[in-house]
Design a binder for this molecule. Structure first.
Ligand SMILES: [Zn+2]
Length: 761
């Protein structure tokens, strides 16, 4: 087999995290269920490593308004090319940082535009959601105001309503019997409304009209009518441009809340397809509209936004191009773009279809123009998606210089999205420079560059052999079992940089075929074993069937980094500690957040400051204190051996008790940490009973490590016992100590896990 010495260079870049969790309050963002999950601070921290503020950054997909704004606020100039008008609109509105006062004025203005019957819009729309009060003591007519209707997938009408009586205050769920439904406020004609909307969105365009008819069916008649009335009132009210814009933005988020893609009971719901959940909710459109105020009035400073090719000042801002990258109004002059950074969009039929409907509804046929083709040629399989990503990325060589890094972020990572994004970029002619995954295996940060030389290619017997070697490599580096996505991501990146994925997927090949190929290779029992395997490759943990002899597992390396950082610095911030961890465990080795938290709790005192958590080593964990502990424990073990009439041999790492014939009986390994993987693997064959003696303060950490790592649990077999310093001291101080007492008492009080009060993550 040919081994390239640079083969694993792609995994030397450390993971870049966002702001410390909990430092800033989390706020709901508009339409966030369709955009990549936003991790505040992550993208600007990442970009900072490659470009200085003031630089122009190109975002070729424009599908992440929140990170574009973050970059602009960090002083970058972002050229956003967005062919989804809803994404572009979201970015524009948020860039202006509207204040709540202006929105209240706009709402007042809107309500002055009376309905034909003289009522206000609020009265008129609220009436769609009013029932007679079900409270026998009240029964007031049309006073129970529904917040939410609950539907079942097959229902012709909702079967439950949740709301409050404006008369008696009765609040709760009521059964919508036919008699109760009779009392519900009337709405204007559905057929008329529907055809008005279709006319506006698709006009004389039968193919587009057919698509839109389907999308519209994900609104109940009541919701559709309410939205249509609301929008036409916004359009015909006497509003400033700013007021009109923000009210349309609020209409947009109400239009999302009112469709049938919301699971009941409320859950995290990120729809990717137009499918009604078994139970779904239909919100009161007017209330959803009012609730939307907070989504569009985020507490942040305004960002300068101009239409490309207009430039923004070097202090930062956004040049927005609404359209496809290949139609960019003016090609940036050579050297302008210093960096490309983008969130790769996910395959999402629900988002693109709804965007089509909303764009047409808001802006007519012109609004839906850039989406028309993709709506008609609907293909939403991953193989197609990979080609779609490639088509956009192929434009880059014409827009950027040779030395410009291309930072691609893949969120909500899964097997096929991984293949689609990696092969999409490769097939667009880019070369992978580095890849880092987060500890939870949810997000991938890749740095690509334009090709400088031909891709190195090392021909290996078969793809299967290559994939297996990649898998063996990452598991060897980790020294512990891992999840499918970490294993797969490394293997794909490794195979890709070796040139083994050139021309994949081939003709008539699907990304699912590649998935099967990798799953087959990484499940070869001669090399790999799995803990808790399931029917899909994602289930369980992957490990080597023949683990290396002396391994230090990732969690032990992470512990060592934390310990050294804390012992050698008087204090450090959470961010600094994470940077040290990710630098040592780079690329695909990133430790998960729960492990980092367990390590911090074990060793550090925390001081919460406004700027972040400050960490200091606990007094009893200082290097000097622990050295003294170990010295005492060793002394104690030697004295106990004398008391029990055993001979003892002291080695640097262990103290051995042997009987009078020289047969080893007990080996003691005193340590001050919970780093046991190397001791366990290196002393597997040592005869006799083996004890790892460690501080009680390590109990939680060691229990946590054993819980997360099934290989460590296996190694920690019956021949091994974990003993706290405290237990040994108690025994040594017992005047009745004899051999029987030692055997019966040594295993009492084992380390156990206790839930902690602290929760950083
Ligand atoms: Zn009532």
């Amino acid at each position: 087999m040919l081994e390239s010495t640079n083969s694993a260079n792609f995994s030397t870049a450390p993971w870049v995290r966002g702001n410390e969790p909990g430092l800033f309050p989390e706020r709901a963002l508009p339409l966030e269920r369709y955009f990549p999950p936003y991790v505040e601070g992550m993208v600007s921290n990442w970009v900072k490593k490659y470009a200085s503020p003031g630089s122009y950054i190109l975002d070729p997909f424009g599908q992440n308004p929140f990170t574009s704004l973050e970059l602009a606020r960090a002083g970058y100039r972002v050229l956003v090319s967005a062919n989804n008008p809803i994404a572009a609109f979201t970015l524009s509105v948020l860039s202006r940082a509207h204040d709540a006062e202006m929105v209240s004025q706009a709402l007042l203005q809107l309500n002055q535009n009376r309905m034909r019957d003289g009522s206000t819009l609020e009265e008129y729309l609220s009436n769609f959601y009013r029932l007679d009060c079900p409270n026998p003591e009240c029964q007031a007519e049309s006073k129970f105001e529904v917040d939410t209707f609950i539907w079942s997938e097959e229902g012709l009408n909702p079967h439950l309503a949740i709301g409050t009586c404006q008369n008696c205050g009765f609040s709760g769920e009521i059964d919508l019997t036919p008699a109760v439904q009779e009392t519900l406020g009337r709405t204007p004609s559905y057929a008329l409304t529907r055809s008005q909307i279709l006319e506006k969105v698709a006009g004389q365009d039968p193919p587009l009209r057919r698509v839109m008819e389907e999308v519209i069916s994900y609104y109940s008649p009541r919701a559709l009518i309410a939205l249509q009335i609301l929008l036409s009132k916004i359009e015909t009210s006497n509003l400033t441009q700013q007021q009109s814009e923000v009210l349309k933005a609020m209409w947009l988020t109400a239009a999302d809340q009112a469709n049938q893609l919301w699971i009941w009971p409320k859950g995290k719901n990120r729809p990717r397809q137009l499918i009604r959940p078994p139970l779904y909710q239909e919100v009161n459109v007017w209330k959803a509209f009012l609730r939307s105020v907070s989504l569009w009035t985020q507490p942040a400073e305004a960002v300068k936004l101009r239409e490309w090719p207009k430039r923004v000042p070097p202090t930062g801002g956004i040049s927005l191009f609404e359209g496809r990258l290949r139609e960019l109004a003016e090609v940036p002059e050579p050297g302008l773009i210093k960096l490309v950074q983008t969130s790769l969009p996910r395959r999402n039929q629900a988002w693109w279809n709804l965007s089509g409907l909303w764009s047409g509804w808001l802006w007519g046929k012109e609004g839906v123009k850039t989406l028309r083709n993709s709506l008609l040629k609907q293909r939403y399989d991953w193989t197609w998606h990979s080609v779609a990503l490639k088509k956009v990325l192929t434009q880059l060589p014409g827009l950027i210089g040779q030395d410009v890094p291309v930072l691609l972020l893949t969120s909500e990572l899964d097997t096929l999205f991984l293949f689609a994004s990696m092969l999409g970029a490769q097939n667009a002619g880019l070369q992978l420079h580095s890849a880092a995954i987060d500890g939870e295996n949810e997000t991938l940060q890749c740095v690509w560059r334009l090709p400088t030389t031909a891709q190195p290619s090392f021909f290996i017997d078969s793809p299967q052999v290559g994939i297996k070697n990649s898998g063996r490599q990452i598991l060897g580096q980790l020294g512990e079992p891992t999840h499918w996505l970490r294993l797969l991501t490394y293997s794909v990146a490794d195979q890709l940089t070796r040139g083994n994925l050139v021309n994949r997927p081939g003709t008539n090949e699907m990304l699912n075929d590649l998935e099967s190929e990798y799953a087959a290779a990484l499940n070869d029992p001669a090399i790999f074993q799995r803990f808790n395997p399931g029917t899909t490759p994602e289930a369980g943990l992957y490990w080597l069937s023949k683990p290396p002899y002396e391994t230090v597992c990732m969690s032990d390396i992470a512990e060592q980094v934390v310990l050294v950082e804390l012992q050698t610095k008087s204090s450090l911030t959470f961010d600094q500690l994470c940077s040290a961890l990710y630098a040592r465990l780079s690329g695909m080795l990133t430790p998960p957040d729960d492990l980092v938290q367990a390590l911090i709790e074990s060793y550090a005192q925390e001081e919460k400051l406004e700027t972040g958590t400050l960490l200091r080593i606990k007094a009893r964990e200082s290097a000097a204190a622990r050295t003294e502990d170990l010295r005492q424990i060793k002394l104690l073990l030697e004295q106990m051996a004398d008391t029990l009439n055993y001979r003892h041999e002291s080695r640097p790492e262990r103290i051995l008790w042997v009987d009078q014939t020289g047969t080893p009986l007990y080996s003691f390994f005193p340590i001050a940490t919970a780093q046991i993987s190397r001791i366990l693997t290196a002393n597997q064959d040592l005869p006799g009973q083996k004890f790892i003696v460690l501080p009680g303060g390590r109990s939680n950490l060691i229990a946590f490590k054993l819980k997360r790592d099934p290989n460590l649990r296996l190694l920690n077999s019956d021949q091994w016992q974990l003993v706290k310093f405290r237990q040994l001291r108690n025994l040594a101080g017992n005047p009745l100590l004899n051999r029987e007492l030692f055997v019966s008492q040594i295993s009492g009080d084992p380390p156990e896990f206790h839930t902690s009060q602290l929760a950083l993550f």
